[in-house]
Ligand binder design. Structure first.
Ligand SMILES: [Zn+2]
Ligand SMILES: [Zn+2]
Length: 189
């Protein structure tokens, strides 16, 4: 049995949190960790008690949804609300933080930012992180570890594709599209 690493464990937690997001534009999750312990978590959502984008549609101003508090900010504010120090902590986020969150992360004393996916990585945010000595590192979620059936699902999908390919009146173009989609969602084969 393979034991899940701390990085994967915390990153998986952020992905789980992202599923609670109420803004459909981007589902983001963030987990703040100190000494290998989760001290806070947040997701992209409206202020407490407010209406949700998923119910009312986004409130878009200048191309951005202005209704939500970002996942990173929500996690930090949870610490503020309950008086939990964030100095020298780490944060695990599903997406590279935006400029506003970047500044808040630096200002709260967080020293390491682990992110699973690049997301319009802001040049100025990258510079600010560097200047502040905050390290950023990409940690992609390993679905093999968090989805215990992933290997079987992967095999099943490629078995189906193989069946499609051996069909005599197959549509090559359609198969190519299906294969591309499978490679996006599953491992290459
Ligand atoms: Zn929204
Ligand atoms: Zn943000």
């Amino acid at each position: 049995m393979d034991r899940i690493s701390w990085d994967q464990y915390f990153m998986a937690q952020s992905h789980l949190l992202s599923l609670r997001s109420t803004c459909t534009r981007l589902m983001v999750g963030a987990t703040i960790v100190r000494d290998k312990r989760i001290i806070a978590g947040g997701y992209n959502g409206s202020v407490s008690g407010g209406v949700h984008c998923i119910d009312e549609g986004c409130l878009v101003v200048d191309g951005h949804c202005v209704r939500t508090v970002h996942a990173e900010a929500n996690a930090l504010l949870q610490c503020a609300k309950f008086g939990v120090p964030t100095d020298n902590a780490d944060i695990y986020v599903t997406h590279f933080p935006c400029l506003q969150c970047c500044k808040q992360i630096i200002q709260s004393g967080i020293k390491n930012v682990y992110y699973a996916e690049d997301y319009h990585n802001n040049e100025y945010a990258i510079t600010l992180f560097k200047e502040a000595g905050v390290k950023t590192r990409k940690v992609e979620l390993d679905y093999l570890l968090v989805d215990t059936n992933f290997q079987k699902k992967n095999e099943f999908v490629y078995e189906l594709i193989h069946k499609l390919e051996s069909n005599t009146d197959r549509d090559e173009q359609e198969i190519t599209l299906i294969k591309e989609q499978a490679q996006r969602l599953f491992m290459k084969k």
